[in-house]
Design a protein around this ligand. Structure first.
Ligand SMILES: NC(=O)c1ccc[n+]([C@@H]2O[C@H](COP(=O)([O-])OP(=O)(O)OC[C@H]3O[C@@H](n4cnc5c(N)ncnc54)[C@H](O)[C@@H]3O)[C@@H](O)[C@H]2O)c1
Length: 313
């Protein structure tokens, strides 16, 4: 089997590449390195099944064509502009990469009849109710151009499923964390807090810290995506994955940083785009794919700490 991973030099992308190589896929990657890093792929450079890495943009049709020339059996489309704040300040980037970029990838898939796993996000949902986790039928509420662009990409891909019979599966992971995630604002809150704690810096929380997140360890995320890509019944479906528990950001900060005097509340830059409660109902993933998360938050944070400490020495 031949797989193309767009965004393969990014955080989740590099773990997916690792998984695909372990599953004996031949792998090609396209990534413009806007937020990815060449070093994320260091571990695989001499791997005989890593067939090609093209550092270019999915908006560049010539480059995209060059990776489709290998006629992949499946495309894992992860390339996206992921920064919510940036999308609020300059929405054009989210539109270009996430909508137009997805259109380009879909057109290549259509030409070859290539299956596509489209990476969605939980950020398209309205907040969870106090006792009601978010399943796939939960109301949608894109509160940022990032969320809107990801949702638009999903709907576009679904139209290719219905119009052209293109095999499409859409995965919506909840907030994913783990080693190799960046620890600046384009990274996730867990990486940022762990880094700040290791540096002895203050941890800054936007707003009052009561907002909750359902945090999914990255290897669980990748197992989910892979299982969805292998499941016939998943075609045409949207599927959530999360840990099934949520944690308030203030409690997460306390869990990571034992010194509470280091935790500071700061004004939210974009309070209108904050989702107060994100909690996943992953029963569809469990029943359809037999998928369950394996790594609890404490162990996941420990793995992340170990990797960040290694980088520091
Ligand atoms: N991290 C999370 O919590 C999370 C949760 C749900 C869904 N997702 C989705 O998973 C995917 C991967 O996210 P991530 O956290 O690994 O982010 P990431 O930024 O590390 O990965 C995205 C990769 O895509 C590349 N890229 C961006 N625009 C591109 C373009 N136009 N052409 C080619 N490459 C481009 C970036 O350089 C980066 O390497 C994204 O689609 C994101 O929306 C992420």
């Amino acid at each position: 089997m031949k797989a193309l991973v767009t965004g393969g030099a990014g955080f989740i992308g590099r773990w997916l590449v690792k998984k695909l190589l372990e599953e004996n896929f031949e792998v090609w990657i396209i990534d413009n390195l806007e937020n990815g890093r060449e070093s994320n792929l260091d571990e695989f450079h001499n791997h005989p099944l890593l067939k090609g890495v093209v550092y270019d943009d999915v908006l560049n049709l010539k480059a995209l064509n060059s990776v489709f020339a290998f006629k992949p059996d499946i495309v894992f489309h992860l390339a996206a502009q992921i920064n919510v704040h940036e999308s609020l300040e300059t929405p054009n980037k989210a539109y270009e990469s996430n909508i137009k970029g997805t259109y380009n990838v879909l057109e290549e898939c259509r030409a070859l009849g290539t299956k596509i796993m489209l990476m969605g996000t939980c950020m398209v949902y309205d907040m969870a109710g106090s006792h009601k986790p978010i399943n796939e039928d939960h109301p949608l509420k894109p509160t940022s151009p990032y969320a809107a662009s990801k949702l638009s990409a999903e709907i576009l891909a679904q139209s290719y499923y219905y119009s052209y019979g293109l095999p499409v599966v859409t995965c919506r992971p909840f907030n994913t964390y783990g080693p190799y995630q960046k620890y600046n604002l384009e990274g996730g809150v867990v990486s940022i807090f762990v880094r700040q704690t290791l540096n002895g810096d203050s941890l800054e929380i936007f707003g009052d810290g009561t907002q909750t997140r359902d945090l999914l360890y990255v290897e669980d995320c990748v197992d989910f995506v892979y299982a969805a890509s292998r499941c016939e019944q998943a075609l045409g479906q949207v599927i959530n994955a999360g840990s099934g528990t949520d944690i308030a950001i203030m409690d997460l900060a306390r869990m990571i940083c034992p010194d509470e005097s280091k935790i500071r509340l700061v004004d939210h830059r974009h309070p209108q785009s904050e989702i107060p409660k994100l909690l996943c109902d992953y029963s569809k993933a469990r029943s359809l794919l037999g998928w369950e998360p394996k790594v609890d938050l404490k162990s996941g944070i420990q793995k992340l700490k170990e990797q960040l400490q290694e980088i520091c020495v």
